[in-house]
Design a protein around this ligand. Structure first.
Ligand SMILES: [Zn+2]
Length: 453
């Protein structure tokens, strides 16, 4: 196995920004990381010490994790933002799109979407996957054909995937109880939680793919079934949408007499392997409960603003001990640097105070915390032994020129990402994906869906 040596003028190491950093990678891992030239010198006989050095531009960040994705929502970008409407009217458009997808079309769309993520510096994605079956809920010959399409798509786009296979049993929740699935939602459901668990058990992960589980929400999974999902997902990440909208809290209070967070806790869903997504409208007691159970939270600020969800209590959650990570969710924007920056910016808007999160906290959320939340604890940090992910962000573009390397997260966008290395393999070079023209791939995949019968 050949070692490769890389050099960056600045890089974000585990204890902060460092200058003049050399990395040696071999077999997809860092085998040496040296900062400052003089210290921790690589021995003259170390692999790669005599090889050519690959110079990386700008400041190098660890691999970025996109901890919450619904890949097919990418086809809604630029098609749902006119007029008024709400989360709920947006959802109707999303269902219309879902009805047009099959494994081949989904592979093409997801491959292009994940390639767009790679261009933005994403090295691993948590795919919250609920579009399982064919029209009317009829299973494909392989009952995981849609999940397999996502796995193949991520592999071809060169990023790691955690397939968060989602249990989705009910069409919604009212004060009187859960509703049956409507015709479009039939594709999301397995009938009962046992059938979901049986299909989940058939998933076969690979070197760059992990399986995790998800509960769509307390709206879509009755309380009596939550413990069974938690049991089936023991040892892997478990994600759940939580309190994205006030309406979820209201119907939950009316039916259960409790908050969604409390319902999840009673059924054993919360814990260190669990990530709640959004947590926009959690109550004060919920914040404490999430902290006490070491549950993580994934914020999706560009989605939450697009859908007029509101601003979640990010600082209060962090202060309670909740690890925060970030996701692009419905992909109105795929720019996880922007998601990280928005964590701080939304806090400023909500609190009237600046500096609620330091740049180091934002980098941590979008790198190691995100990777941990989707089951890759050995990624997202530039240290010996970790997966060899490198994200070089240019500091000489019109957006970033003049920026201090330590504040890159306050200025840079996905368009400033120049080189992306995933598990030692170069996926993006000079701002271009090795797969080809990602814009053209996206245009083909999205347009095919909207002209489809
Ligand atoms: Zn979501």
């Amino acid at each position: 196995m050949t070692a490769t040596t890389w050099h960056a003028s600045h890089a974000w190491l585990p204890d902060g920004l460092a200058a003049d950093v050399t990395f040696v990678t071999e077999a997809g891992r860092f085998i040496a990381v040296r900062a400052g030239g003089g210290h921790h010198r690589i021995s003259a006989t170390a692999p790669g010490s005599g090889a050519d050095v690959v110079e990386l531009p700008g400041v190098v960040l660890p691999g970025l994790a996109n901890a919450h994705s619904h890949a097919f929502h990418r086809a809604l970008r630029g098609r749902t933002h006119d007029g008024q409407g709400s989360f709920w009217t947006w959802r109707e458009r999303m269902y219309a799109l879902a009805a047009r997808l099959d494994p081949d079309r989904y592979l093409a769309l997801a491959r292009a979407t994940y390639a767009e993520m790679a261009l933005a510096g994403v090295t691993a994605v948590g795919e919250f996957h609920y579009l399982h079956h064919g029209p009317g809920g009829r299973p494909y010959a392989d009952p995981n054909a849609m999940g397999v399409a996502l796995m193949v798509a991520a592999g071809e786009a060169g990023i790691r995937l955690t397939l968060l296979d989602t249990c989705y049993l009910a069409g919604g929740l009212t004060a009187q109880g859960h509703l049956p699935l409507d015709p479009v939602q039939q594709r999301f459901g397995d009938g009962d939680v046992g059938a979901w668990a049986d299909r989940f058990a058939l998933l076969t992960p690979g070197a760059s793919v992990r399986a995790g589980a998800a509960i769509h929400s307390v709206r879509a999974v009755p309380a009596g079934d939550l413990a069974a999902v938690a049991a089936a997902s023991s040892g892997v990440p478990l994600h759940v949408h939580l309190s994205e909208q006030p309406e979820e809290n209201e119907v939950c209070a009316a039916f259960y007499g409790a908050t969604p967070t409390t319902v999840l806790h009673r059924e054993g869903v919360l814990g260190a392997a669990t990530t709640v997504v959004h947590a926009t409208h959690v109550h004060e007691a919920d914040v404490a409960l999430l902290g006490r159970t070491s549950t993580a939270a994934c914020f999706c600020p560009t989605t939450e603003r697009d859908l007029a969800d509101g601003i979640g209590p990010a600082r209060r959650l962090a202060d309670a001990g909740v690890a925060l990570c970030l996701g692009s969710d419905q992909h109105a924007v795929i720019d996880v640097l922007e998601e990280a920056r928005a964590l701080e910016m939304d806090e400023r808007l909500g609190s009237g105070v600046r500096g609620r999160f330091s740049p180091a906290e934002l980098v941590h959320a979008v790198t190691s915390a995100g990777h941990a939340a989707i089951g890759w604890p050995d990624a997202g940090a530039l240290r010996v032994g970790a997966r060899a992910d490198l994200v070089a962000v240019r500091l000489d573009t019109p957006r970033t020129a003049g920026t201090s390397p330590g504040q890159v997260v306050a200025a840079a966008t996905a368009a400033d990402v120049d080189v992306v290395v995933v598990d030692g393999r170069t996926v993006v070079k000079g701002g271009r994906h090795v797969i080809g023209d990602v814009g053209a791939l996206l245009a083909r995949a999205v347009e095919a869906l909207w002209v489809a019968p």
